[in-house]
Design a protein around this ligand. Structure first.
Ligand code: UDX
Ligand code: UDX
Length: 435
């Protein structure tokens, strides 16, 4: 099938490359000319494991193309995905100005039947607004449908999440759109559940799922706080809980809290849309509050090691909001590093891929020195703080670290990567979360 995707960000580009991989002809569109230039030159504007190979393969096979022109997409493709940003407004609600602008431009260029599919995470009832927008701007008599097809792509694992999804959710209101959307995903139908709902349910499935996952993380962080007051170990508690199939073992890792472009933004947007619909979603406000306090907790754990943090050098290992991505959006490291600096600490930071983005996100020139490997980052530092559970940290050479550090090796592990008993044996002052 012929597909156009408007918005070639993390989601749009992965979706485009994967739809091409399963046999469709895809045009990825973005109004950022620089981004399209980079893609046309065979380079990647983002880091996502496996994406460069997938893009290269499908460009070569002529199934994947790039453009800055929405008109070209509307002309070529019957299915038009909207995957533009939906950033938070100052009050936390989703800013739908790009979704509206793109819907309008698609509508103005329609000459034949088209399906406009919302891929971006949007508040419930956005589909209805997209429909009203198209109705307003499309030439008279042109038929169209609106659909919702939320993404469930974890950064770092986005390609396998697309090709082997737990489920595909399709929200439609006509039989014609349902058939087209099912045809689009037919190459994946034997690997997954395809759930067809109305548009509002599909939209809500996305917000409700992400908020529930965020709730799981805040819940386990709250339980970790109770563990710290007893001899209980959060790893054992989470393991014991996770064996219960009704709870499930995933998303029970206590630590520095959740970040990223989705959970923080989606939680705020869900709380706001619920408020607009007349429901005060206090439960989710508490989820946000627990997450905010995790940053303070980590800062306190660092402070507890010194008479005063003023003038101390802390090595921060891991800056990205999670491993296997260069994404710094809402990374817990931003807030934590800023708070440490406020206390007078100097930071030596290392991240395997997110350093360039971190420089923009954290700023604080002069107080943060960025290093290209973990051993030079820890040189002369008085404590190590781990904020992202990158695989390479698992392999760290403790003897070498002991030599590089300016004091007894202290590790504050904001991601519970190591076992306290083993660290004790190695003579390391090890502080985890809820252990
Ligand atoms: C986006 C949404 O923000 C998110 O809510 C949704 O769940 C998935 O899509 P992401 O792909 O991570 O997330 O965002 P980003 O990497 O910022 O990509 C958005 C792209 O849209 C950018 O490349 C931007 O240049 C492009 N864009 C934005 C347009 O092409 N046209 C516009 O009018 C606005
Ligand atoms: C999320 C959704 O999982 C995905 O379905 C899609 O909707 C986009 O948003 P993403 O933000 O890429 O994916 O990462 P995810 O793996 O969900 O992690 C989000 C944050 O939670 C990270 O900061 C991670 O470190 C944190 N996390 C995750 C925990 O603190 N503990 C856990 O047990 C799991």
């Amino acid at each position: 099938m012929k597909v156009a995707i408007v918005g070639t960000g993390y989601v749009g580009l992965v979706t485009g490359a994967c739809l091409a991989e399963i046999g469709h002809e895809v045009l990825c569109i973005d109004n950022n000319e620089e981004k399209i230039k980079i893609l046309k030159s065979g380079k990647m504007p983002i880091y996502e494991p496996g994406l460069d190979e997938l893009v290269e393969k499908n460009v070569k096979a002529k199934r994947l193309k790039f453009s800055t022109d929405i008109k070209e997409g509307v002309k070529a493709a019957e299915l038009l995905f909207v995957a533009v940003s939906t950033p938070p407004l100052p009050d936390g609600s989703a800013d739908l100005c790009y979704v509206e602008a793109v819907s309008k431009e698609i509508a103005e260029n329609m000459t034949d039947y088209r399906i406009v599919v919302s891929k971006s995470t949007v508040p419930v009832e956005t589909g209805m607004w997209i429909k009203r927008t198209i109705e307003k701007y499309a030439p008279k008599g042109v038929e169209y449908d609106v659909a919702s097809n939320p993404e469930f792509l974890r950064e770092g694992k986005a390609i396998s999440d697309f090709l082997n999804p737990d489920r595909i959710v399709i929200g439609v209101e006509s039989d014609r759109a349902r058939k087209k959307m099912l045809e689009l995903y037919s190459p994946l139908k034997d690997r997954t559940h395809i759930l067809v709902t109305n548009i509002e349910s599909a939209e809500l499935i996305k917000h409700a799922s992400n908020s529930f996952l965020a709730l799981k993380i805040s819940y386990i962080n709250a339980v970790a706080n109770v563990c710290e007051k007893t001899k209980a170990d959060i790893k054992e508690v989470a393991l014991g809980m996770g064996f219960d199939k009704r709870i499930g073992k995933d998303f029970l890792e206590a630590g520095a809290g959740f970040g990223g472009s989705c959970f923080p933004k989606d939680l705020s947007a869900f709380i706001k849309i619920a408020e607009r619909l007349g429901y005060d979603f206090k439960l989710l406000k508490e989820v946000q509050d627990i997450n905010r306090k995790q940053a303070d907790l980590i800062v306190q754990k660092v402070k507890d090691n010194f008479m005063t943090l003023n003038g101390k050098t802390i090595a921060v290992l891991g800056l990205a909001f999670k491993p296997d991505t260069d994404d710094m959006r809402n990374a817990p490291s931003i807030d934590i590093i800023k708070k440490l600096i406020q206390e007078g600490a100097r930071i030596r930071a290392y991240d395997p891929v997110a350093t360039e983005n971190a420089k923009h996100a954290i700023g604080q020139e002069g107080s943060v020195l960025y290093h290209s490997d973990m051993y030079s980052a820890v040189k002369g530092a008085e404590a190590i703080l781990i904020l992202t559970d990158w695989g390479e940290f698992k392999e760290m050479d403790f003897d070498r670290l002991k030599k590089e550090l300016g004091a007894k090796l202290t590790i504050i592990d904001g991601r519970n990567m190591f076992e306290p008993a083993q660290m004790k044996e190695l003579g390391i002052n090890y502080i985890g979360i809820g252990r």
